[in-house]
Every structure is written in C-alpha cells, then in structure tokens.
Design a protein around this ligand. Sequence first.
Ligand SMILES: NC(=O)c1ccc[n+]([C@@H]2O[C@H](COP(=O)([O-])OP(=O)(O)OC[C@H]3O[C@@H](n4cnc5c(N)ncnc54)[C@H](O)[C@@H]3O)[C@@H](O)[C@H]2O)c1
Ligand SMILES: O=C[C@H](O)CS(=O)(=O)O
Length: 482
Amino acid sequence: MTIALADPSLLRDQCLIDGLWTGVPTIPVTDPATGATIASIPDLGVSETHAAIAAADAALPAWRAKTAAERARILRRWFDLLIAHQDDLAMILTREQGKALAEAKGEIAYAASFVEWFAEEAKRVYGEIIPSHRADSRIVVIKQPVGVVAAITPWNFPAAMITRKAAPALAAGCTMVLKPATQTPLTALALAALAERAGVPAGVFNVVTGSSRIIGGELTANPLVSKLSFTGSTEVGRTLMAQCAPTMKKLSMELGGNAPFIVFADADLDAAVEGAMASKYRNSGQTCVCVNRIFVQRDIAPAFEQKLADAVAKLKVGPGTEAGVTQGPLIDDKAMEKVEEHVADALAKGARLVSGGRRHPLGHSFYEPTIVAGCTPDMALASEETFGPLAALFTFDTEEEVIAMANDSEVGLAGYFYTRDLARAWRVGEALEVGMVGINTGLISTEVAPFGGIKQSGMGREGSRHGIEDYVEIKYMCMAGI
Ligand SMILES: NC(=O)c1ccc[n+]([C@@H]2O[C@H](COP(=O)([O-])OP(=O)(O)OC[C@H]3O[C@@H](n4cnc5c(N)ncnc54)[C@H](O)[C@@H]3O)[C@@H](O)[C@H]2O)c1
Ligand SMILES: O=C[C@H](O)CS(=O)(=O)O
C-alpha cells in the first residue's frame, strides 16, 4: 500500500466482522488525483454480510446492557483516538476521496465531534412518568435501543457520514453493520481500527466492503436488522426504502439536495460572496448542502457576478496533498461528465459563461471552478443536483417570485439567503421548503444542530439532541394494582 503514515497500521485492507479482520483484498481503491491504485479491499458478499449481521445480533445483549456511562467512556476514548490520529486519517481520506488536505483534517475533526457529542448524549436518553388515568396505576415511559442497525454511507465525506450514524447508534446501545462507499473504504476501515482500540467490543461495529447491490440486498432483507440508516442519493434511497418494506425496518434517510442561495439587494454583498464561495466550492462542490442555484436580486446582479468571478479566480486546483490547493479532483469521470452536461445544457438554453466551463489541464477528473449567468428554471442545473464546482446565477425582482423559484424542487435539504432586513429574515426563513436554513451564512453544518431535509431529501435528523432519537424505541409500561 502506498500511503505514508505515522501509524501504518491504520491502513487496513481487510474488513472487520465480529472482531476479526477478514477478506482477501481484490477491489482496487484509486486516488482520483492520479488514477493510481493506492490499496485494495475485499469483495465480500451475502454470506459475509449475513455473518456480520449475526455478529451484531449476538453482541447486542451485552452492549445494550452496559450502562450509558460505560458506553460513553468507550466512545470518548474513540474520540480521543480520532483526534490523536487526525493527520493520518486526513491523509488516507484525501488520497482516496481527493479533497484538499486542510478540508480533510477539518472533516476528521467534524467526524470526531459526533463521537464526542453522542458520548455525552448517551447519558441523557431520558424516560418519563405520566400522571396516570387510574388511581391504582402508574404510567412509565422508557427508551430502549432499536437493535441491529445497517448503515450505508457515501464517498463525499468518508469519515463524518459514518460517525454521524455510528456514534448515536452505539451511544443508544445499538450495534452496527456498515457498508461504506466503494470509492472510499479506507477511511471507514481506519475508523473501525480505532474503534477497536478504544474498546468497542467484537461484533458491536462491523464493516463490510464489496458489491453495494449484493451487500445492500442482505442488509435490507435480513430480519435481524431493525433499522437502515442511509446517506446518499435520493434515487438509491428510494430503492433501499422499497427493499426494507417487507421487514418494516426503521429508516433514517439523508438524501440529495438542490440548495437555493438568495441574495437580496439590501445584503452585505461581500459577505454574500464569501458565503456563496464557502458553500458552493467546498469539497469541489461535492456536498449535499452545496449551493446549487444562486438567485441575485436584479439591481445588484452585475456587482455580485463580478465579485464572485474575482473570488473564483483565486481558487487553486490540484491534488489535495499539494500545499495551497483548495479544489481537488471530482470523485470520478462520471461526476465530471455530469458537470459538463449541466454547463452545456445551460449554454444551449441561453446562459452565459463567466468563469471556467471546461476540464482542467491537469487531466484526470479535475474540473475548472465555473460560473454561468443568465440561468433559467428550464435548465437541467435548476432541477438536478450538479454535485460539482458549478455556480449557476439566476436573477429575480420580488421576494414572492424568488421564494416560488427556490421552492420549485422535489427536494428540500438546505437553503441560504442574505439580507439585513429582520422582518424579511423571518418571512423567508419560514417560507423556504427545506430542513436547514443559513441566514447570512453559507456554512451551517455542526454536530450540535439537527441535520436533515424534507420532501425527497429524506427523513430523520443527525446530530443534535434529536440525533439519538432515531436509534431508540419508546416503550410505555402501565403498572396496575397499586
Ligand atoms: N443528506 C445528506 O446528509 C447527504 C450527505 C452526503 C451525500 N448525500 C447525497 O449523496 C449523493 C452522493 O453520494 P453517492 O454518489 O455516494 O450516492 P449514492 O447514492 O450513489 O451511494 C451512496 C451509498 O449507497 C451505496 N449504493 C449505491 N447503490 C446501492 C444499492 N443499489 N444498494 C445498496 N447500496 C447502494 C453506494 O455504494 C454508497 O455506499 C448526493 O445525492 C448527495 O446529495 C446526502
Ligand atoms: O454532503 C453533505 C454532508 O452532510 C456534509 S456536511 O455535513 O455539510 O459537512
């Protein structure tokens, strides 16, 4: 394997099932910046996935029987190990996913924050006593772990999307079988290695790699799995939801977005440009909460466009391991082709190219940070998630008009707007059909707030005090004859 680490043992090429590292590494993992194979992982199938689920089921009684404080202490040790190995984990992440190393280090800290947060929340899963409907009875409500949880996660945040599920699940007393994205399995296996070192018992946290469809088929069909927690595209979410129906699994779905970013004429223009840059080009535009459509009030549109173009010109494209690079490669050629399709469709329908608009001379899946202006709702980029470094500029005249355009989407994950009018902030914040709103900011993601969407962006919330509720069941006990 070709990644230089301070602790080479973090680079795993086997899966973790019931405390055993197993599997023959046959699937190559490639560096999107160079196309080079950096490692290989096992191609596990139904029998191994079945074994992982059985291990999680067998480990459940002892894990759920631990006190919240005992589970919290183990999670806290996991957090400490993630921070202690932040540089190595970031290097692994950048090599397999491509993002700039500084962003990868930030993601490791973000991922660790969920472990720290739910180590604390583990001790606050409260029940309640309800005034009884009868004098001789008492009503008690308790919360118990859901059971065995299957988790399927995406490639764009190879660490944070995993701990955002594993931390609350383990904190609540659940056990887990994780299938990470095939493009970015090494980070997941390194997280599992550190969980093992932290004292997470055998069978509590299992990681399987291989065919998504085959492994997913077992995870969604096996009756021992009580819940599926999925983060990925809405299209795959629909498929998995249907596959879970026969066994009525509990679901948490964190799906696609199409974020509007509205700049009103009274906004602080420099702040709005800074917010648009932070949201649009983070991870080279490959985040679910990236701005997908930028709506600028007509009077300030030329000034905003110029300032945005000036800021885009300062972005540095290159391998994520190179000092000063802010824009890494896209995950693969298919992702780059989608950006190209959206740019070509927009230009064919009358949009104007302001910056970029072509593959980067570095080759591979590097694409130039791009801005197109004069966009209209009939363009593909208005209704589809681009998931790349493409800023699409629309203009509008009235508040009512822009809210209607912003809400004209099947999905509703995040939305943003800039204004200095307090009354407008309340009106627009309440009117946007999304699960999360950034007001005068382009960065909203934190472990302390409930992350999730509405409409076809999914169901459930991750992070915050709400995040652990997705991993417990409520039980009501009526004690009579008193
Ligand atoms: N809402 C959120 O929190 C959030 C976060 C990150 C990414 N996303 C979304 O994820 C998408 C990008 O990630 P992606 O390309 O990895 O998404 P994807 O849906 O293609 O894949 C996500 C995961 O599902 C697996 N998968 C794919 N097909 C499957 C099948 N038939 N059965 C079982 N598993 C299957 C993949 O291997 C991967 O592990 C975007 O739409 C983005 O908006 C959402
Ligand atoms: O892709 C979306 C993730 O949720 C990333 S973040 O939580 O916004 O950092």
